[in-house]
Unconditional design. Structure first.
Length: 249
């Protein structure tokens, strides 16, 4: 059976870890990173160093997860570059536009209306995928499936942690309670510099510091039990989206 390929773009490493965790729950295996074992289709994603001559720029190799007949690249771009810079990829890597079975975007709403987030991505990608949906959560089932999911749930303002916190309340209720009490002890002035949703990020990070000392939210989302069978109900809408996008049973 011929392998199908798909690309999913996300706005950062923590979203990349989340999508990868969900895919592994659907039976995907993560590529271990050995160059000799890389599927040749993804060869042009291999980074060159230094990136654009900048020694400290992060090398942007996607995460790759596969089943027997489907290989998915999860490409993490920083912030708005997923709208402004990544589309230029198709000029010198047309196979990642024309040779894929599916292309999707997973973005954070933050303080923006999810419908506007989806509309902005549709504007950026319709020159390459004319049927790219303009509504959050939608999937177009044309010859190349396209879709966008706006975290946390295509409706609310928020970020990935907005979705992860209810999962934590299920699997780590004691940790979450202790973390909330700890954060509640800080004065308002200590948090004056926080951006919207930083308290949610700090809550997950506080639990992460116990589960994975010294590590980030990205690491705990990937390695620990936030996303799994016990939290299936919390992530089911996103699972359903991935199944539609990737044409999974």
């Amino acid at each position: 059976m011929a392998t199908r390929y798909a690309v999913i773009g996300v706005e950062g490493p923590h979203d990349q870890a989340f999508v990868g965790k969900v895919l592994m729950g659907l039976g995907f295996r993560e590529f271990g990173g050995k160059a000799s074992e890389l599927d040749p289709f993804w060869e042009k994603f291999k980074p060159t160093y230094p990136k654009n001559g900048k020694l400290y720029d992060r090398l942007d190799m996607p995460s790759i997860l596969s089943t027997a007949d489907l290989s998915v690249a999860l490409y993490a771009a920083g912030g708005t570059s997923l709208k402004t810079i990544y589309p230029k990829t198709f000029a010198n890597r047309p196979e990642y536009r024309d040779g894929v079975a599916a292309f999707g975007i997973v973005a954070d709403a933050d303080n923006t209306d999810p419908a506007r987030v989806a509309g902005d991505y549709a504007t950026a990608y319709r020159p390459h995928f004319p049927q790219f949906p303009g509504q959050p959560g939608d999937v177009d089932t044309g010859a190349i499936r396209t879709g966008i999911y706006v975290l946390p749930d295509n409706v609310q303002h928020g970020v990935l942690e907005t979705l992860v916190i209810p999962c934590g309340d299920v699997v780590y209720p004691r940790h979450m309670g202790a973390a909330r009490r700890y954060l509640g002890e800080f004065e308002a002035g200590d948090k004056a510099h926080w951006a919207p949703f930083d308290e949610q990020k700090a809550l997950v990070a506080t639990v992460a510091s116990v589960l994975q000392p010294g590590s980030t939210n990205t690491v705990t989302i990937k390695r620990d039990g936030w996303i799994g069978p016990a939290t299936a109900a919390q992530v089911q809408p996103f699972v359903d989206f991935l199944k539609r996008l990737l044409n999974l049973p």
